[in-house]
Design a protein around this ligand. Structure first.
Ligand code: S3P
Length: 173
């Protein structure tokens, strides 16, 4: 079985995915990392040199590749992956795959993302927590439509990585 983690930037997809993979002895894949290896460039540089549309095309291409190629994998998506180019359908139609939305509150996301916004091209230009919060609020409103179509939704607020992983394991068993 493949387990696919989706959710907004800062929702803990990579941390939880990694942890879950160790617990279940699954292979762990992070789609952003996979794209960086294949393109030999950081996500930040891909956005800077080629723009978002190029990134979305590559994201879709590599998502398909990863889903076709790997089994018994925990796959952490990028925050926008399920919201573009039929990617959600691709994930949902994939045989033997369960997808999980890691839901994090607006306040928690704002707190987590403010300190590390420079690493993330979509929010690097936001200078105050108020601006970041407004951006995330609007963005989440648009994206929740996609995230809410996941098979399961797990809240991450006030939980550590281990608690979230245990919750996912019990949902799937
Ligand atoms: C994006 C989220 C990022 C990365 C890219 C775009 C998004 O991944 O894919 O910067 O559109 O939300 P993380 O969610 O892992 O930060």
């Amino acid at each position: 079985m493949n387990i696919v983690l989706m959710g907004y930037m800062g929702s803990g997809k990579s941390l939880v995915g990694n942890h879950l993979a160790q617990k279940l002895k699954y292979v762990y894949l992070d789609l952003d990392h996979y794209i960086e290896i294949q393109e030999n460039k950081s996500i930040k540089d891909i956005f800077r040199e080629h723009g978002e549309i190029y990134f979305r095309k590559k994201e879709s291409l590599y998502l398909k590749e990863v889903l076709d190629k790997y089994e018994d994998t925990i796959l952490s998506l990028g925050g926008g992956t399920p919201c573009f180019s039929g990617n959600l359908e691709l994930i949902k139609d994939h045989e033997n795959s369960k997808n999980i939305y890691l839901h994090t509150s607006l306040n928690e996301l704002t707190n987590r993302l403010f300190a590390e916004r420079n690493k993330r091209p979509l929010i690097a230009h936001l200078d105050t927590t108020d601006d970041l919060k407004d951006f995330v609020r609007k963005h989440l409103f648009e994206r929740s439509f996609y995230y809410n179509q996941a098979d399961y939704k797990v809240s991450t607020d006030q939980k550590d990585t281990n608690q979230i992983s245990e919750e996912i394991i019990s949902l799937l068993s």
